[in-house]
Design a protein around this ligand. Structure first.
Ligand code: GLU
Length: 499
């Protein structure tokens, strides 16, 4: 029988969840859904010094806004493998660290911070390893009498990395990876505060929670040999590893950092975040007007592609098409223009009724539901953000007060006033003021007088909308209504900008 797939997203609450973390959560979620497995949310908070107030709630809120819902884990979620917060599991780790010490895979070290610094000052490349450990203060180098005198002193537990060993593991995305133990050090796995470090807690929990696949960012690749060694020490079966490609800056050079967004004027966090210590605010995709569907679609393509031309995906469709085999190794460039494009595409899918609710909250007007829905239908095809519906479609709500100068200079011709006044007289006679009749009258007028379509249309458009481009003008006029449209056509272009 095939084992049930179980994956986890295991953030540390050290600040807001950034876009790279959110992508890791998304890929875990998609893989679990695709495989009919479980997606677990675990909080890795053993580093109390880096704990940031509010970060855990932020993570939960951000995932839920995106629709990336865990099936098991912290908070109100249920599960048989809890607690799902590492700070509540300290007794469990004590038991496992004791096993490692007992079997000789780990040892107690009493070196003070000063003593360690002294070594590093002498040699910046110094590390605690097979070469140096016997010259340090630990249960391997000291006699039992010496250890006895240190009994009450604070200590850490270090893993004893074997000399001359090659650690191998296979990574779904990177293939075979091998690392020589001489490049590794005797990492601290248990701290003097009675809590494990990330490495031990992560491996113990992945094992106890029956995680089958570890899917995480590339920055953890270098820790994996140590994790592999820990699995071996305990005699446990290893999960499959998949290390996701880095997210690169918009230039394509260098890793995207948490600070890049605010520096370059785009969000790198799903939601706004206010730093509890400095009160600095970082912008979020949500508050910048992105739809969660668009953000998810954008993130899915930062490292994965379906191998087809299809780019627009709902979360459900992603669950069906996603596969780890189609995740690339090379860094994925974070291109905010692409995120905007996805947003525009997903806005087209919003039912007009919902857009109307959005408009109602933002603007005073005298239009009815049917008119508003028609405006929403016309405008949603042409915007990347919902607020642009109001910005670019302002002429639906009131007569333009400003006229696009560039268009006037280029396209307002000597005979434009005559064309407008002729057409205005014709339109006045139309009884049922509908787009089709307006268009038919317009076409017969330009044909009769041999006037270019766009020359005549732009003259009308400028007076009706104030702009050089926009949705179907006759539909706009129908919505604006006969009286108002005719009034607008009587407007004089301000002499200051008329050619
Ligand atoms: N707590 C780690 C983090 O903050 C988890 C890494 C992992 O998934 O193993 O990303």
């Amino acid at each position: 029988m095939n084992q049930k797939i179980r994956v986890r997203f295991a953030p540390s609450p050290t600040g807001p969840l950034h876009i790279g973390g959110l992508r890791t959560a998304l890929y875990n979620y998609l893989y679990a859904k695709k495989m009919g497995g479980d997606f677990i949310l675990r909080i890795e908070d053993t580093d109390q010094k880096r704990f940031v107030k509010g970060a855990e709630d932020y993570i939960i809120e951000a995932l839920s806004w995106c629709g990336i819902n865990p099936s098991e884990g912290i908070g109100t979620l249920k599960g048989d493998f809890g607690p799902y917060k590492q700070s509540e599991r300290s007794e469990i780790y004590k038991e496992y660290v004791a096993k490692l010490i007992e079997s000789g895979f780990a040892y107690l070290a009493y070196d003070s911070a000063e003593e360690l610094n002294e070594q590093r000052e002498k040699n910046p490349n110094w590390k605690y390893d097979a070469q140096s450990r016997m010259h340090m203060k630990n249960t391997l180098s000291l006699s039992s009498d010496q250890v006895e005198t240190l009994k009450k002193e604070p200590y850490v537990v270090r893993i004893k990395i074997p000399e001359e060993r090659t650690f191998r593991f296979s990574d779904t995305i990177r293939g075979e990876v091998s690392i020589d133990s001489s490049t590794m050090d005797d990492k601290v796995i248990f701290k003097s505060d009675g809590l494990p470090t990330y490495h031990l807690a992560n491996v113990v929990d992945d094992h106890l929670m029956q995680i089958t696949d570890v899917i995480r960012g590339e920055e953890w690749l270098s820790s994996t040999p140590l994790h592999v060694f820990l699995y071996d020490c305990f005699g446990w079966t290893k999960p499959r590893f998949s290390h996701l490609p880095l997210l690169l800056k918009p230039t394509g050079k260098g890793k995207l950092s948490k600070r890049d967004g605010d520096k370059m004027g785009f969000p790198v966090f799903p939601l706004d975040w206010v730093d509890p210590n400095t009160a600095d605010r970082s912008m979020g995709f949500k508050e910048q007007g992105y739809l969660p569907e668009a953000l998810v679609n954008f993130l899915a393509f930062l490292g994965w592609n379906p191998g087809t031309e299809k780019e627009l995906y709902s979360l459900e469709e992603l669950c069906k098409d996603f596969s780890l085999q189609r995740v690339g190794k090379s860094g994925a460039r974070f291109d905010i223009e692409k995120a905007k494009w996805f947003n525009g595409q997903h806005i087209k899918n919003i039912p007009p009724k919902e857009i109307v609710t959005y408009i109602q909250d933002k603007i005073n007007h005298s239009l009815d539901q049917i008119q508003l829905e028609a405006i929403a239908t016309l405008m949603k095809e042409r915007v990347q953000f919902l607020d642009q519906i109001i910005e670019k479609g302002d002429f639906f709500f009131s007569a333009p007060e400003e006229f696009d100068e560039k268009t006037i200079r280029k396209k307002w011709k000597e005979d434009s006033p005559k064309i407008v006044s002729d057409l205005s007289a014709i339109f006045k006679k139309i009884e049922v003021f509908k787009a089709e009749s307006l268009k038919a009258e317009f076409e017969s007028y330009i044909a009769k007088h041999d006037i270019g379509f766009s020359k005549a249309l732009i003259a009308l458009r400028i007076l009706i909308t104030g702009k050089g481009s926009g949705p179907d003008l006759f539909k706009c006029m129908e919505l604006i209504g006969k009286q108002e449209s005719i009034e607008r056509l009587q407007t004089k272009i301000p002499t200051a900008i008329a050619p």
